[in-house]
Design a protein around this ligand. Structure first.
Ligand SMILES: [Cu+2]
Length: 357
């Protein structure tokens, strides 16, 4: 086949079975396919940064963002694996050097349900795109360099997962008098779950079994419900694996004293209108399983031959297939100089020899 060499050297174009952050432009992804969730057994939290890789590398130049202005969160479609959407957060960390010791991401905005795709019962169909979402970085966040994180807990799929992509951004237009670090510390810590030890065993398995989007225990002041609140789990997540959340009271605080946002949610019976959607709210009549079905654990539909969104590293280790619509699709070649391993699963390792160049 005739694939231009320059494309073969960009692994994100060939390995994003799940959608991948597009804007703001992410760091280069070292190893372990960029579209895969954070590895639950050997956590590459934060930012899919594996052990032994010192720092993330900037791909070109950081994205410049003017505080107080509307910005767009968008995604590379990949093979369209969006797992029925779910809940997303965007968060900030000062500087460009996230690490296991430097991962106190603070929430700028939360989307509960309908993220990173709206009104999806499974994965994107041919011609469908992932959602786009508007956000504003508050002016109180001071000017400077930050690591922007998009985190996502998918609504359906084989098991509850946690996705995170990070992007280097520079902010201007902020209140010059404000100290970025002190303002960020007033914002909620990013919600963490489904990452094994990295999230202290916190899992969103109850939400997952009911195929509901997660309600964050502490979503912050800027929250949207792209599908209304009807498809959300009935209560906030039972745990938060973020150690900074525990430091503030964490789990015990949530159960003993429900956060303010929780009360407002409980009294708000009317769903917020979806204001920014560019896609029509079609109902996908051919889809096998309506989202309103109360409880259908694990398998996403009765006639599927594979679990929705799982990946299959083919025996030659140079191509993979993704489970979409209940069957593995045509093999997709990996970039030159890379190979996968791991058979069928929610993800697989990809050795990427181009990183480091
Ligand atoms: Cu998946």
């Amino acid at each position: 086949m005739h694939i231009p060499l320059r494309i073969l050297l960009i692994p994100t174009l060939l390995t994003n079975a799940h959608i991948v952050l597009k804007t703001p432009k992410p760091f280069k992804f070292p190893a372990y396919g960029p579209s895969n969730p954070i590895d639950p057994t050997n956590p590459d939290w934060p930012c899919k940064l594996p052990s032994g890789v010192g720092t993330l590398k900037i791909d070109g130049s950081p994205t410049h963002i003017v505080a107080g202005t509307s910005q767009t969160l968008s995604f590379e479609r990949g093979n369209g694996a969006v797992h029925g959407g779910g809940s997303c957060q965007i968060s900030l960390l000062p500087g460009f050097a996230p690490s296991k010791e430097n991962a106190d991401f603070r929430v700028i905005k939360s989307w509960e349900g309908g993220c990173p795709a709206r009104n999806q019962e499974g994965n994107l169909r041919d011609g469908e795109e992932a959602g786009k979402y508007e956000f504003v970085i508050p002016r109180e966040v001071g000017d400077g360099e930050y690591t922007f994180a998009w985190t996502w807990i998918q609504r359906i799929g084989g098991s509850p997962e946690f996705y995170q992509n990070c992007a280097p951004i520079t902010i201007s237009g902020g209140n010059s008098s404000s100290s970025s670090s002190s303002f960020l510390q007033t914002l909620p810590p990013v919600f963490m779950a489904n990452m094994g030890p990295a999230s202290h065993g916190c899992e969103t398995s109850v939400e997952h079994e009911q195929r509901k989007a997660v309600r964050y225990p502490n979503p912050g002041k800027d929250v949207e419900y792209p599908e209304g609140e009807g498809n959300l789990f009935g209560s906030v997540a039972r745990c938060d694996g973020n150690p900074f959340a525990k430091g503030e009271g964490g789990e015990s605080k949530q159960s003993a004293n429900p956060a303010i946002h929780d009360e407002s949610k409980a009294t708000s019976t009317q769903a917020k209108p979806e204001t920014k959607s560019k896609s029509s709210p079609n109902t996908h009549p051919s889809s096998p399983s309506p989202p309103s079905s109360p409880s259908t654990p694990t398998n996403t539909n009765s006639n599927s031959k594979c679990k929705e969104g799982t990946l299959h590293c083919n025996p030659d280790q140079t191509s993979f297939s993704t489970c979409t619509g209940g069957q593995f699709r045509a093999p997709i070649p990996l970039a030159a100089g890379t190979r996968c391993k791991g058979g069928i699963g929610v993800g697989f390792e990809i050795e990427d020899l181009s990183y480091g160049g």
